[in-house]
Design a protein around this ligand. Structure first.
Ligand code: F6R
Length: 261
């Protein structure tokens, strides 16, 4: 079962996730991080940047693999996930740019991009900690409903709902790409620790389906139930449709002293 932690505000979720990432890097300086984009993980990257500033740690060997990238944006577009990861993660944390990868950049053709990305992740020894957000459609990565639980990195078509949700980052919905490259659900399930974050009422249905719903490709987030080490960090609004919310609160309040996420 996933460990569900219901926090008062998103900054608290950011601090918890950042603490887990910091501990990992302290134990393993060349740790491999799986990096989500979008609004949700920003408190994590911000909390980690604050922690590194207050108490420096050598992160020059840390490696990263983004979950996904749009297909079809002009090179250097500020909303390409390469630009977002550079701006929100690599620069504020001081990571080594050449050690942070996104799908599609190590491939001469889109047809081979997925297989190349999978090879690069495997060659790095796999992802130690994968940060995840969840879409209102229930996607993790950009694995829209219907994605196979065994899927690997490949091109996907974004749903119209996801394009609308992401239009806030672009001048107009017409500028939102229709396609992306995304780690598959099978890729995500190979990471050693999944940290899924969600904030706000708009994520409540997707979180309830992911954590407590039946396993179904129609709710790709439910794939997390197949993973032995998942932490779900949610605010009250995103937790509002969880049937076992009281049990999750009780479990967290009574966790043993030694237990971290
Ligand atoms: C981003 C990603 C997506 C987002 C999801 C939520 O790399 O893979 O699954 O995590 O669309 O987006 P936000 O956080 O903007 O609500």
């Amino acid at each position: 079962m996933a460990e569900v932690v219901i926090v008062d505000h998103r900054e608290q979720a950011g601090e918890l996730a950042a603490h887990a990432i910091r501990s990992l890097i302290e134990q393993q300086p060349d740790a491999v991080l799986g990096l989500a984009t979008g609004s949700t993980p920003l408190p994590v990257y911000q909390a980690l940047a604050r922690s590194l500033e207050a108490n420096p740690l050598d992160v020059s060997a840390v490696r990263g693999f983004a979950l996904d990238e749009y297909v079809g944006l002009p090179e250097g577009h500020p909303e390409s996930y390469r630009a977002v990861i550079t701006r929100e993660v690599v620069e504020p944390l001081g990571l080594t740019p050449s050690l942070v990868h996104l799908p599609g950049y190590n491939s001469p053709a889109i047809e081979t991009a997925g297989a190349n990305y999978e090879r690069d992740i495997t060659d790095a020894g796999g992802i130690d900690l994968q940060i995840l957000g969840i879409g209102s459609t229930g996607h993790i990565g950009f694995n829209e409903p219907g994605s196979s639980f065994a899927s690997l990195t490949r091109i996907k078509t974004l749903t119209e709902q996801t394009r609308q949700d992401n239009a806030r980052f672009f001048d107009s919905i017409d500028d939102v790409p229709r396609h992306c490259l995304t780690q598959g659900l099978g890729t995500i399930l190979r990471a050693r620790h999944l940290v899924l974050l969600a904030f706000g009422e708009g994520k409540a249905d997707a979180i309830a389906a992911a954590v407590e719903g039946p396993l179904t490709a129609s709710q790709p987030g439910s794939a997390i139930q197949l993973h032995p080490h998942v932490t779900v960090l949610v605010d009250e609004a995103a937790a509002s449709k969880l049937q076992n919310a009281d049990y999750y609160r009780y479990t967290w309040a009574n966790r043993p002293d030694w237990q971290t996420i």
